[in-house]
Ligand binder design. Structure first.
Ligand SMILES: Cc1cc2nc3c(=O)[nH]c(=O)nc-3n(C[C@H](O)[C@H](O)[C@H](O)COP(=O)(O)OP(=O)(O)OC[C@H]3O[C@@H](n4cnc5c(N)ncnc54)[C@H](O)[C@@H]3O)c2cc1C
Ligand code: SF4
Length: 333
């Protein structure tokens, strides 16, 4: 691993001030915050990330889970994934989030991994992680070998001719369905970013993955008040039962009254270049009977526009079945 300066700031203002000198907050950043380190240190060992300065944010007071005045939940940036998954309010009111977190990584990793770190985890595309290979996300303009190469686990929604990398997070799929908001403190003040606006599609700049700018520190995430009477479920399909990323997953938050769907929030994982909220699937369901035929239609709608590559066409059927099964299981009385 290359050498770097390790900085332990006294407060958020100092952390931001140091980070504000970075040339970018995206791929190739010369200054990086470190939280659990389970993404960043891996990539530094591989020389995919080579920051000159690493700012440790673990001592900042960003590790609380608190109720918000409007009845929602405020989750600090450095709250560990295990603490969030096992928090009684999350288990009771935001079960889909608890389930998604517990479906990720391993118990040891969840004890280290943080809320903000999980939001910013990087793709597992093998070419991205191998500096001997070209990769537009790592080195813009070098090409995307995955499109004609090893792409079994890569994305079928939101892709471009420049990148087809999957966003690997489970937590983010649940947060998309829960309509979370990401709160950032930066050199120009604080801002609240709706979840769907935080991650970017690859387009012609796959090296740019989020709207973050130099100096931006994620301070917390908020969830709106719980949806009364909703059934929630996270279903993850993968090659093996643990320690594996999703091939397809579905986060479902659904209300059914008199056997009709009155409200649905749906996101899917393992198939998109960003955590994928499916407004199409939601539109198919709302106002319709909560039955298997309609759950299958929702799966079809969610996959409309999917663009498979040589090895990952199977994901279309898998994701349809995953969503239909998640809806069926969530609404089973
Ligand atoms: C073997 C393995 C298996 C895994 N399996 C899964 C899985 O199945 N599902 C899944 O969802 N995830 C999985 N993960 C990913 C894991 O969840 C992430 O690595 C973890 O959530 C990252 O959190 P962290 O705190 O360790 O991040 P770090 O590594 O500390 O940081 C990650 C990035 O976020 C930035 N950052 C951190 N905090 C802030 C902040 N407050 N503001 C701005 N930037 C910040 C850092 O600069 C860095 O760029 C796996 C990881 C490993 C190593
Ligand atoms: S899919 Fe994206 S991350 Fe993977 S090689 Fe292509 S450009 Fe790089």
């Amino acid at each position: 691993m290359h050498t770097f300066e390790f900085i332990q700031p006294a407060d958020s203002a100092e952390a931001m001030a140091v980070a504000a000198h970075a040339k970018t907050a995206q791929q190739g950043a010369d200054v990086r915050f470190v939280a659990g380190g389970t993404t960043l240190l891996d990539l530094m060992k591989l020389n995919v990330e080579t920051p000159a300065r690493v700012i440790d944010i673990n001592r900042l007071p960003l590790d609380k889970i608190e109720a918000t005045p409007d009845g929602g939940l405020k989750i600090g940036a450095t709250v560990r994934n295990s603490d969030l998954a096992n928090h009684p309010t999350v288990q009771r009111d935001y079960a889909v989030l608890s389930q998604a977190l517990l479906a990720g990584a391993s118990a040891q990793l969840r004890n280290m991994a943080t809320t903000a770190g999980n939001l910013l985890q990087r793709t597992r595309c093998v070419y991205f992680r191998d500096t001997a290979m070209p990769c537009n996300k790592r080195e813009p303009g070098t090409g995307c070998p995955a499109i004609t190469g090893s792409n079994r686990t890569l994305a079928i929604l939101g892709t471009s001719e420049h990148c087809i990398a999957t966003n690997p997070s489970d937590m983010c799929v649940a947060m998309a369905a829960l309509e979370a908001t990401i709160h950032v403190q930066g050199p120009n003040g604080v801002r609240a970013i709706p979840f769907e606006d935080f991650h970017l599609l690859p387009g012609s700049t796959p090296n740019r993955e989020t709207v973050l700018e130099p100096g931006d520190l994620i301070t917390h995430v908020t969830l709106p008040p719980p949806i009364i009477g909703s059934s929630q479920l996270y279903l993850k399909l993968r090659d093996r039962a643990s320690y594996e990323f999703a091939l397809a997953s579905a986060a479902v938050v659904i209300n059914v009254t008199a056997e009709k769907v009155t409200r649905a929030r749906i996101a899917i994982g393992g198939v998109g270049t960003k955590p994928w909220r499916s407004l199409e699937a939601e539109a198919v369901l709302v106002g319709q009977p909560a039955n298997e035929a309609n759950f299958r239609k929702a799966g079809e709608a969610a996959m409309r526009g999917a663009k498979p590559q040589s090895e990952n066409e199977f994901k279309i059927k898998l994701a349809k079945l995953c969503l239909a099964h998640a809806l069926k299981t969530a609404t089973r009385g």
